[in-house]
Design a protein around this ligand. Sequence first.
Ligand SMILES: Nc1ncnc2c1ncn2[C@@H]1O[C@H](COP(=O)(O)OP(=O)(O)OP(=O)(O)O)[C@@H](O)[C@H]1O
Length: 322
Amino acid sequence: MKPIIEISRLCKNYGKHRAVNQLDLSIQQGEIYGLLGPNGAGKSTTILMLMGLSEPDSGSISIDGIDAKRQPLLIRKKVGFLPENVAFYEDMSALENLIFTCRLNGITRDQAMKVSQSLLNKVGLEGRGQQKVSTFSRGMRQRLGLADCLVKDPRVIILDEPTLGLDPIGVAELLELIKDLNEKEGITVLLSSHHLHEVQKICHRVGIFVEGQKLAEGTINSLADQLFGPQSFTLELEAYSSDNELITPEQIKRLTKGQYEILKVLEKSGCLLLTMSQENVSGIAKLLIEQGYRLEKLLPKKPGLDEIYQRYFQDHPQPLYA
Ligand SMILES: Nc1ncnc2c1ncn2[C@@H]1O[C@H](COP(=O)(O)OP(=O)(O)OP(=O)(O)O)[C@@H](O)[C@H]1O
């Protein structure tokens, strides 16, 4: 299937500085794709070019078949965009702001009221329509920003740091809303974020950016495999002998010797951490049960986005995200 967002050999220079360098990116319809990278990696510059708000020096860039270089106005008409700092008319109410956006998008006065009301409900701002935007918290603003994006009934929305400045509950709620829009309405989402854990929760794929280039891309699991190898896998094990004694590192090594390779065993409070191949989990579990052990915990652990992110950037001279 043809990707809904396509970027090929994209370059952008600011003077002598190359902000985006030969970037290729393909995003399929229905995906939530996360752009991750240290400060200055070129994420915002890429987003601005996608929205037709900044002109590439070379390369091609399109959304839903629309060329962002040639038809920037059409892109802005069709694609929802939530910038890092979304601006509203502060003295107007949330409803008035949305109605204003509706009118700018050619929606009739009668329809504008209905559409705005229904969008406020959709983003969880029901009952807040009459409130002035100047009194809104950052979380409420971001919700209103999403509603504003949705006025166009877009197939694609692009969100630049949508969770920045939100408290943990606000982050979780906003991401849940984004996930909902993706699942229930099939909207393709491209977002950049500093919130690694949350990105991990909702993105189908992530791209890791450094100095204007995409360093790696994939699902969290495939990134972990690319980086740590499929063997790098930790199993949290809690098994007790018939005397109700927690299995020791020596016992597990002795039991598995010659059958299953365990690269490392660490003792953690109340369990063991085994570094080993994922393929051997069921074999080791069977062996333990055969030997009369009672299994209390068998928890597979792949490296998460934090580990992946740190590993990619550990030798990088630029500071990492806070
Ligand atoms: N208008 C501009 N003029 C000159 N240089 C710019 C301009 N905008 C961005 N840059 C530079 O281009 C590079 C990429 O910046 P960009 O804002 O795209 O990165 P980013 O990944 O979005 O980082 P951040 O998370 O800090 O916003 C940086 O070195 C930045 O200083």
